[in-house]
Design a protein around this ligand. Sequence first.
Ligand SMILES: [Zn+2]
Ligand SMILES: [Zn+2]
Length: 90
Amino acid sequence: MLEMRPSCERCDKDLPADGNGAMICSFECTFCAECVRDVLSGICPNCGGGFEPRPARPTALLPRHPASTKRVFNPTGSDHTPETFSVSRG
Ligand SMILES: [Zn+2]
Ligand SMILES: [Zn+2]
């Protein structure tokens, strides 16, 4: 199940789980569509992979399947790698 992180890693903009506009890479690095398009040129700064639009979670399911509340704010992309992601997951 996707973490559905609540914010953009680069600009800390809110990205509601039941809304559009969030982009994720295969490690679920999460950015807003504007950062991906205008700043990152579609390449994840943490792992070098590409992005896909994050599917919205239906609002009705959020009480039973809540989105992550852990904000990740890492505008430089410098302090984590795919290896640390695999350790920190779940
Ligand atoms: Zn952003
Ligand atoms: Zn990534």
